[in-house]
Ligand binder design. Structure first.
Ligand code: PFF
Length: 447
């Protein structure tokens, strides 16, 4: 490891990686994907993928990051000095980071907008149709979304420049359990609404006949997105992990907490959406319309609404800083640009892309590629292709390029911890994960 500082405690690295994983992907994107892909069928596939591929891939990224002590581009250059082309994985991650930020900050902008509306108690007394119309008109506006996206990107860059990332993570250790607590209360409320049972059935009852190639690829993409995999983000974080930390238990804790939040989000959103007559395929509206309606019906709804959207903004921030950290660390380590400049350039780049993505959501937009609005195209391109291909190449690197002895050495902290699962883990990384990801990708490409 280089002369970098590492995370102070084991809890520090879990908090940081969980901070990266838990975000809009769990509460906004997971319900969108589950809703569009048949509910229960998606859910069961998603769980299997998290366990069988997400966890091993997370361990893989940690190994690469910690072994090299570098950013994703530098990491592959260091670990495979004879074959520089492996660093292409790192470059792909840098590109991916910008595209993710473009649509992520758009959605985070809606979250900030919701915080503002909660403060002034805007939703109070509005009927369901008005809340829905309001959200749609927000997407058709220009300045308001641009302003909130700008605030969000500014906050992200500010935290990175000030180097207070750890401070944020310290608070998120307290705040994320509160978010969990609020989600549980919301879940109870949602489950007791009239017609909630249909939503529960839709979300949790697996209908195996609905498992198609599309469900598989979307679940794979969602798992990688939600766990921040396949684009070097956790390689970057891995470079800060101390040599004594246990990589499997860290990855396990992150996967469990991330999945728990996503499942709870589904339990809150689907019963409520069914009860309010919002279709499960409604996409963006699932979180941003269903939840304000739900808050309106609750005692203490004002506070729940405000705290919920505030905490969601913080969860989104701990994720966006981890995405922005990828190009920033690349620019500082590889191109020797100062951290401050690297952050400013990257943030400006992300902001420009973000404005294009959010403008593409207007009803009459010309901003489309292959018939997809740029917002959706960035989303699709990153989670369905770049992150899955990045993940595939990462496991191929560990399984086939890196020496097994080096893998085991890093995985067992130099032989100091016994890893009962190490053979299974190696088998999954070398054979199972690459084959499974390839099959899923090929089915999709053929289509
Ligand atoms: N995992 C984050 C979420 O679920 O909101 C999003 C994300 C963070 C994706 C970091 C990719 C990444 F590298």
């Amino acid at each position: 490891m280089s002369n970098k500082e590492s995370f102070g405690s084991k809890f520090g690295i879990i908090a940081a990686a969980a901070g990266s994983a838990i975000g809009l992907g769990n509460i906004y994107r997971f319900p969108c994907e589950a809703g569009a892909n048949g509910g229960g069928a998606f859910f069961i596939v998603y769980l299997a993928i998290v366990l069988l591929m997400g966890l091993p891939l997370m361990v893989s990224e940690f190994i690469i990051g910690r072994r090299s002590g570098k950013n994703p581009v530098g990491a592959f250059k260091t670990l495979a000095p004879d074959r520089k082309s492996w660093s292409g994985i790192g470059y792909m991650g840098v590109v991916c980071a910008f595209l993710i930020l473009a649509f992520y900050c758009t959605v985070a902008g809606w979250t900030i907008d919701a915080v503002g509306k909660s403060i002034i108690n805007y939703y109070h007394g509005l009927d369901n149709a008005t809340i829905q119309r309001d959200f749609n008109s927000l997407m058709n506006e220009s300045w308001q979304p641009i302003l909130s996206e700008g605030i969000f990107i500014f906050l992200t860059a500010f935290i990175i420049i000030k180097g207070v990332t750890k401070g944020i993570e310290k608070y998120s250790k307290i705040l994320m359990p509160i978010l969990l607590g609020i989600l549980i209360i919301l879940g109870v409320k949602s489950l007791t609404l009239p017609g909630a049972a249909d939503g529960v059935e839709f979300f949790l009852k697996p209908d195996f006949s609905k498992i198609t190639g599309k469900v598989l690829i979307n679940a794979l993409g969602q798992a990688f997105f939600s766990l921040s995999l396949g684009m070097g983000c956790l390689i970057t974080y891995g470079s800060y992990i101390a040599k004594k930390d246990n990589l499997t238990s860290t990855a396990f804790a992150v996967c469990i907490s991330d999945t728990l939040i996503a499942v709870l989000a589904g339990i809150v959103i689907f019963p409520a959406a069914f009860s309010f007559g919002i279709r499960p395929e409604a996409g963006n509206e699932l979180a941003f319309v269903t939840l304000p309606i739900l808050f309106n019906q609750m005692t203490g709804g004002y506070f729940f609404c405000l705290f919920f959207f505030l905490l969601l903004t913080i969860a989104a921030l701990t994720s966006s800083i981890s995405v922005l950290e990828v190009p920033v660390l690349f620019l500082t380590e590889e191109l020797k640009i100062s951290r401050k400049k690297a952050t400013i350039y990257s943030a400006i780049g992300a902001f420009v892309l973000c404005v294009i993505a959010s403008e593409s959501l207007h009803d009459d937009t010309p901003l489309k590629i292959f018939g997809l609005r740029i917002f959706d195209a960035f989303d699709e391109l990153t989670s369905t292709f770049l992150m899955t291909i990045g993940g595939l190449l990462t496991v191929l690197f560990l399984g086939w390029k890196m020496k097994k002895a080096d893998f085991m050495d890093e995985y067992t902290n130099g032989g100091t911890v016994s890893m009962g699962l190490r053979k299974i883990m190696y088998f999954i990384i070398k054979f199972l994960a690459p084959i499974a990801i390839t099959v899923i990708l090929i089915t999709q490409f053929i289509k």
